[in-house]
Structure formats: C-alpha cells, structure tokens
Design a protein around this ligand. Sequence first.
Ligand code: ADP
Ligand code: MG
Length: 787
Amino acid sequence: MNFEKLTNPLRLELKRGCNNDAVIGGLDKFILKSLTDLDDVNLKRKLTKLFKDYDERTSEERKIIIRECLSLIESNLKKDSHVRQSKISNEVENSLKKTKLSELFIPVQYVKGIGPELAKKLYKLRIETAYDLLMYFPREYLDLRDVKKIVNLTTGENALLKVRIRNIEEKKGKLNILTVLATDGTGFIIAVWFNQGYLKKIFKVGMELYLYGKVQFSYGKWEMPSPAYEIVEEGKEPLNALRITPIYSLTEGLNEKVMRSKIKNFIDSIPYKIFDYIDKQVLERNNLVDLDFAIRNIHFPQSFQDISKSKKRLIFNELFELQYLLLNRKRTFKKLEGYAFTTKNSFIDEFSSLLPFELTSDQLKTMSHILKDFSSHHPMNRLIHGDVGSGKTVVALFASYVAYKNGFQSAIMSPTEILAEQTFKNALNIFKNLNMNIALLTSSTKRKERLKILDDLQNGNIDIIIGTHALIEEDVSFKKLGLVVVDEQHRFGVMQRGALKNKAIQPHTLVMSATPIPRTLALTLYGDLDISEIRVLPKGRKPVITKVFLNDEESPYSLVQEELNKGHKAYIVCPLIEDSDSLEVKSVETLFNKLKNTHLKNYKIAKLHGAMPSVDKQKVIDDFKNGDIQAIVSTTVVEVGVDVKDATVIVVEDADRFGLATLHQLRGRVGRSDLQSYCLLIVRTPSKESVERLRILEKTNNGFEVAEEDLRLRGEGEIFGTKQSGLSNLHLYSLMQEDSITLLEQARSEALSMINKEITWEEERVEELKRIISKKYEDAILLIEVG
Ligand code: ADP
Ligand code: MG
C-alpha cells in the first residue's frame, strides 16, 4: 500500500479547511475505497471507523479526525519503515510492468533510488511524479561520442579524455586543492579540483577515468580545471561519456551526474515498451515516431536526428492532448442552452451614431461576430484579442447595448479601480442620450450606495454594472444577467473569472485581452473559445517611437520638457513606491522629489501609486486628464487600460526590471491619438541580454511580434502572460520551435477528427489518453470549466 496515496489528500483536506473536497467525489469515499487494499487489518479497522460518517461531521470535528488518521498512519510507518520501502519499490515495479504512462502519476520519491530527500529537490523543478521525471527533458546535449588524444588537443577547447591516474596530490589550506596527474599514453594532463577533498577518497593511482572539460596549455603543461569525471568500470557502459550526453536544468543541491543517473536508471527499469496511446494512422499520417522510442531517445539519444524526431513526437503529444481537451470543452459549450437575443444589423448603425469616431473594420467585424453569437440558442464564449489601444472597450459596450435592447443586464469586470472608473465614464458618455441605467461598483463604493446598487441590480433597475472584483462578492445578484464581460482577463485568477459567470445561468461571455502571445500559444490556451482579433488600429495613429537610454547617454528628460511645452502630457514610471535597501531602483518618492527640483521643476507634476487611497488616485487621474497635472510619476498602476489621449511620452526608469509584456502595455499608454508619441526606456545597469531584449521594443510596435521575439530570445521559462493561466505545466514549451505552429495545426485537426469520430480509435487508447489528460491538466480543466 502506498500511504502517500492517503496522506497527500489528507493533508490537502486540512489545508483546504476540511470541506470533504480534497478529492473530487468526496474525500471520505476516496479514503474508504483506498482502505480496501490495506493489508494491516488493525489499521484498516481503525481508519474505517474514523472515516465512516466523515461527511456528517462539522469541519472542526473533521480536523480532529484527519489529524488522528495522519498520526495513526505515521506511527504505523515508523514501525516497519524498511519493510515498507521494499514493498513500495515492488509496487512501483509492478506498475511499471504495465508500461502505461497513466500509471506513473505516483510521487517521484517512490521511484527506486530517489527517496524523500532527493524528491524535495526535484519538486523545485516541478517534478512531482514519476511521470514528470520521465517528461523532464534535457535542455541541451553534449556530443561526447569521441575521445580525444592529449597529443591532439588545442588550448581552450572542450574535450573528452580517457586517462589513467599517475599521481594524486592534495594541498590543504583555505582552499583545498586536489591535483591529479594522468595520462592517455600520448601525453600528460593535470586535472585540478578545488574544495572537493572527498575526491581524494574516490581516486586511486592506476584508476582509469573519463574527464570532460576545458583544456588549457600553460607553462608547458596541459591542465583541466574542475573537469567532470566518470570512473571507467570494466564491462559497464559509461553514463556520462561516449554518448550524446543530456544536460538538464538543475536546482541547488543537484548535479548533472545525479540527474542523469536517476533518469537513466528509471528509464532502464521500465521493462516493457511504453504503451502508445496515439492511433497508428495518426502517427503515420503525420510522420511521427513511436512514443516509447521518443521518450527513451529524448534522454539518451543515439543520434541528433533521433533527438529531433523525438522532440517532434513529444511536442505533438502535448499539443494533441490539450487540443483534445479544449475542443471537447468547446463542443460542450456549444451544446448548452443559452439566451437567444433578437439581433438586427441596424444595431450596429444605431450604436455607431452614438460615437464621436468611425469604427475600424476589425471592430465592425467583431461586432458582427457578437451579433451572430447572440442570435443562437447557445451561450457565446468569445475572446477579443487585440493589441493595446486597438479599441476593445467600445466593442464590449456595443455588446452591452444589444443586451440592453433585449431587456438583459450586463456586467463588465475590470482588474483595477482606475480602469473600471474609466470604462464607467466612457459608458456614461456614449449612452448619455439613452434611457439607460449605468452603475459603478468597486471596493471603495460607500456602504450606503453599495446597498442601493445591490438592490437595483436585483430588481432590474440597473442595465449595465461596471466594476472590479467587487462584482463577484456573494451578495451581488442580478435580475436578468445576460452578458458578462471580463476585461484584461489574464489579470484575473481562474476562480474570479468563473465567479461572475456563475451569477447567471449560461450568460453570454466576452473576455478581452491585450496580452500579446504568440499565435501558437493563443490557439493552445484559448482553443475552447471563439476568437475575434482586432489588428488594425484606429485611423491616424502614428507608431510610438521607442528609444533605449543607457546610463551614460543624454537624459531623456529634455524630450519630456519639449512635449510638455507643447501642452502634451507625460508618464514617468518606476518600479517601487519607496526606496528599498535590497534593490537599487528608483522609487516613486525619490524620483518625484528629484524631478520636482530638477528637470521638471517648472511643471505641474504628481505622484500615483497603488498604496494611495482610491479617491486620491482618481483625483490625480482626473487632474491629469483635464490638464491640472502635466506629468505623473507612478508605479505600474498605469499599466493597464488608462486612456489619456494627449499623453505623448512615457519614461520608464530601470526598464530592465520589467518584462517585455509589461513594457509593451506601458507603452500602450501613449500613442492614443494622432499625435506623435514616445516611449523612453532607461537602463542604469545595462547587461547585454537585457539591452538586447529592450531593443526589441525599439524595432516593433506590434505586440504579437514583441511576444514572438521574446519567446525566441528566452527560449524557455515563463512564457508571455501565461503565469496566471493555470497552464504552467506544459512540459514542452521549452522545446517549441519555429515549425511548432504546423504541428499545432496537425494536432488540432487530428483531435477534431477523433472527436467527430471520423476515425475510430481503439478503446484502450482512448481510455489511456483520457486518463493522462485528467491527471495532467487538473488545473486546466478547472480553468476551462469555469473560465
Ligand atoms: P484597448 O483595446 O486597449 O482597451 P481602448 O478601448 O481603451 O483600447 O481604446 C483606446 C482609445 O481609442 C480610446 O480612447 C477609444 O475611445 C479610442 N478609440 C476606439 N476605437 C476608435 C476608433 N475606431 N477611432 C478612433 N478612436 C477610437
Ligand atoms: Mg482596454
């Protein structure tokens, strides 16, 4: 019995406050069922008794029950811990014999040779299960297939040598230096290790070693400082040499050799071929190698060609699974019953006549998408994806206009108060001649006013409510909510997004995002939504001129002065509110004081940051809009949404502290009219990488291009805007390549034809696919269920 199977959910239940929901379907049912394969009759009886009527208990009582259970299990474990160890490895081995990946979702510590200590380190790499370990792919490979001879070395090169030890010397002192003299028969080499005294016990004169590292020729001798080594063992294939050697990303306390050997041992312990759950026809059609081959070869490849075949296959898998999940979800959406609105094309003309400008072609196209969605019996689930400043708000207001015409209420949720207030004023202005009731609800709404709003929402007096997360509080309820809009949706947590939707039965949903993400990722993350893209910007917009200023160059503030002299406005953004000891970055306070006495002393300037009371914030924004303030010194509170047309310059101090996504959003604060605008990025302590990254912004104003470039430069790690998406466990984005888009389209179309039953898959494969998806994407399923 794997006790982790019990203790993990028990601990989770405690953490979640004992609502019997740590496991879907009820923790009690899960525990009672798991107990059936417990051999220890005594323990089984005790635990069963404790859990029998768990569901009827109060959460306080439940806490006691769980603590009791945990301590019973723990004391039992101590009693026979070594018996348990061997039992568990047997269990793992048995499950491996089935060689289905879905059976490898067991805690990684039970993989033979891993254990709790190493597991803790692996967790830091997000390796939690045996499956994760298998799917932890090398970051790169070293070609160590050939051994070099000392006589042929070139100084400065990296080389693999096979040598015999002739002499070992240790120099003790502040720095412990171990010097090993060795030869391969063609010459001598001196390998040196620092502060690794334990090596002295490992190395023996006469022993044979592989050494890998940089070689240097100095004072007539070949040297190798701190090389990687492996002892040659008779009749045993070396792990780290004579092969294409994988290099893994590591964390503190882990080294390549350990990582390599754990993964190798694990792979070798899988006795049978890994069951391939993708249909054979699909593999053939798309030229994909077998799963077993791909997994084994991505770690320990025979050739570089095999690596790329394996990568392709594994990326396909990842994409296919996600597309299967999302497309299924989309199908479910489409089957739901929703409100069919009466839609007339004349709505577009009526609405346009309320605006002071002409709509762009993309705005009009998106509006007709929305009309079409509204007129069907199924709820709309649409994403409006458009760069900053492309004019998404007005489209959302159009949607609420149509809802209003149909006698339904709309709710528009924004991530910040400043943005909510702005949308509110915008709506008031556009709809001023209609008999429409529009209200604003944020956490700073006064209690009395709030109660009135809640009342009016419930009795249907309010047509459009605009607000922040204050909208999803429990006591907010609607009479007839027909449309939900979530602006800057990536800013909300999964639960927040869903909560608004849950205030009605299948309302139409519109989510808006300016997060520029590569197309590949957009299709992947939003595969369950219909997407409208707004690409053209409103007429007359000039591209913002972006310039990176390194510390020793002229100050950007003369340009700020010029702009202010023309009657335009400026934002100056810096990373922190107050100076901090740990980071040498400009804070709002210091910078404000400095500018007030220097460059901007003749201008009206103000501070703005998140810690200010919201009335004060609003006052600053209002004064800025009407010209009483010419420049704002702020934190990134102005990042999303703020719309001031004659702001023409934004200065970002310590720009290298921000991600490109944030900077692009910040840049979107200017260039919102036909005036030429500027974005000036200051870097005080430039590094080559950060400057290269910032130069991307100089090159292009297009958010999508910025995203693609950023992805290319960073290669791996956090992808633009996905931090909160819930999809952080995509193992393979680190492997994504230029041609992945083609692969994505193949995966999507194969998933579609499978769902539409155009091809029939064997039942066993379908089952395995579903099992893997459900284990892997619990988060994602949540995201998709409620988002
Ligand atoms: P975003 O897509 O970033 O949310 P907004 O909806 O805030 O963009 O629009 C940016 C600015 O452009 C606003 O001031 C808005 O009134 C204006 N705008 C929107 N559509 C048009 C248009 N078709 N022509 C001119 N200005 C427009
Ligand atoms: Mg917006």
